[in-house]
Write a protein that binds this ligand. Structure first.
Ligand SMILES: Nc1nc2c([nH]c(=O)n2[C@@H]2O[C@H](COP(=O)(O)OP(=O)(O)OP(=O)(O)O)[C@@H](O)[C@H]2O)c(=O)[nH]1
Ligand SMILES: [Mg+2]
Length: 134
């Protein structure tokens, strides 16, 4: 029997909205977990950081924006088998700067109604569901 307790990685994830009601998505790189899937930008919460702090740092690093207002949307636990994650998803409704893939990753604004046609990691299904059926 495997009695090992798997350790979950806490991830801060941003659902970034513009005035037109579109959401900003990026494509993950070939060397990353869940390679080539589309994602909402974000990343691992480091020790000593709160989720909003981690989100602000990741969004500045990855897409070059400064978060002004964010609010909790949902929390998702998911076990990929090779990795267990806890996604803490925040809606980012105010920010400065124009989001762009600072690390060379493909990125775009997508209308909420088209999100379901993007290939997201399995953990993201409830996010897309919630955004499309608020
Ligand atoms: N950023 C982000 N990560 C997600 C999403 N959905 C999802 O399952 N994840 C998972 O969350 C985990 C951590 O995210 P990450 O790889 O962006 O972390 P990071 O920016 O710190 O990356 P790094 O490890 O390259 O430094 C990955 O295993 C990734 O597969 C999502 O929508 N956005
Ligand atoms: Mg990341």
């Amino acid at each position: 029997m495997n009695t090992e307790v798997k350790k979950s990685v806490l991830v801060a994830v941003g659902v970034i909205e513009n005035a037109a009601g579109e959401i900003f998505v990026c494509r993950r790189g070939e060397s990353q977990h869940q390679a080539f899937k589309w994602e909402f930008p974000g990343g691992k919460v480091e020790s000593g950081e709160t989720v909003p702090q981690a989100l602000a740092r990741e969004l500045e690093e990855e897409i070059g924006i400064r978060v002004t207002v964010c609010e909790p949307l949902m929390r998702i636990e998911h076990d990929y088998g090779d990795k267990q994650v806890t996604l803490d998803i925040r809606r980012v409704t105010a920010f400065t700067g124009e989001p762009h893939g600072r690390e060379g990753q493909p990125s775009r604004w997508v209308p909420v109604s088209e999100l379901h046609s993007y290939d997201f990691p399995a953990a993201n299904s409830p996010i897309v569901e919630k955004l499309q059926n608020p």
